[in-house]
Design a protein around this ligand. Sequence first.
Ligand code: ADP
Ligand code: MN
Ligand code: MN
Ligand code: MN
Length: 360
Amino acid sequence: MTNIHMSKEIFNRYMELSDNARVICEYLWIDGTGEGIRSKCRTLEFEPKVPSDCPMWNYDGSSTYQAEGSNSDMYLLPVALFKDPFRCGLNKLVLCEVLKYNKKPAESNKRHTCAKTMVKAKDAHPWFGIEQEYTLTDVDGHPYGWPKSGFPAPQGPYYCGVGTNKVYGRDIVEAHYRACLYAGVNIAGANAEVMPAQWEFQVGPSEGIDMGDHLWVARYLLHRVAEDFGVVVTLDPKPVEGNWNGAGAHCNYSTLGMREPGGIKEIEDAVERLEKAHERHIKVYDPKEGKDNERRLTGKHETSSIYEFSAGVANRGASIRIPRQVAEDKCGYLEDRRPSSNCDPYAVTEIIVETTLLSK
Ligand code: ADP
Ligand code: MN
Ligand code: MN
Ligand code: MN
């Protein structure tokens, strides 16, 4: 990191070289952990306009916790295209689904069934807005900007704070925001969080499968931007034990019916259905079937207990919160506060649609 030969100034000379004919495509995919993002790039001789313009590709699944070495080839199926904010020009980010040797979706590929579910529910026009919370750390895992021994002053001044002693790492947040806008990610906002070095950005409202696609690309961009600053991003839902807030991925959700006048009835009906399916939802709201969220959903620090379902207007200690404005307007959306920061948005949005719309 401190090596003079890794200077960005020298690097940028090469970044200005351009080839007007060929395009670099960075293929992105989710690895076997269900959390990690991998990528590799290739040259195309033309500018792809839709995902299917990009050829299928493959990689070594034995190096991504996805396959045995003896049968290791996994397929990459391009499903969404974004502009590349790092290489710029015609270069692209190509989000992919992962298929196994037999062309069946890999276990970690939650997009495959999510996309089918969203097609079934398309007449209800399901919209989602996910609030992605995350924490910045040094390479050694220590929260970014925290004293090397001891702790910062207790929580209180940091949420939406301003000032050198209140916010840690704002440059990364700003750079990530611009990268999302440039790429075409539907980023909605960002704010400093309750724990110092913890931040949030929101993606949405996005309809159907777009929610997962855009959030995964936003996460890729965040890790990649932070790399440029020599800082690490963790989506661990409880990065620091004790009196420090954890990190979630609140999922705001509405259907056309909920958004229309009197939609509160449909919201209330959805809450009832969500209550009955609480345990099933907890199982898919983090990649370890509830084990990660157990550390976060304690009933303290603006969370509900993982073991009990609750719902309420303006209640940030509930599983489901109905925003006050929605209660007043009698239409709008609900907020599911249970998904963990490291959840798979495909799995989360799929089960919400399944429970509230399709299992009727
Ligand atoms: P909070 O008050 O919980 O911090 P935020 O402002 O961080 O809420 O996030 C609210 C999210 O809800 C945004 O991503 C926004 O796009 C999304 N949202 C707003 N209206 C709707 C709607 N009708 N359906 C689904 N999502 C919505
Ligand atoms: Mn928020
Ligand atoms: Mn938040
Ligand atoms: Mn929220």
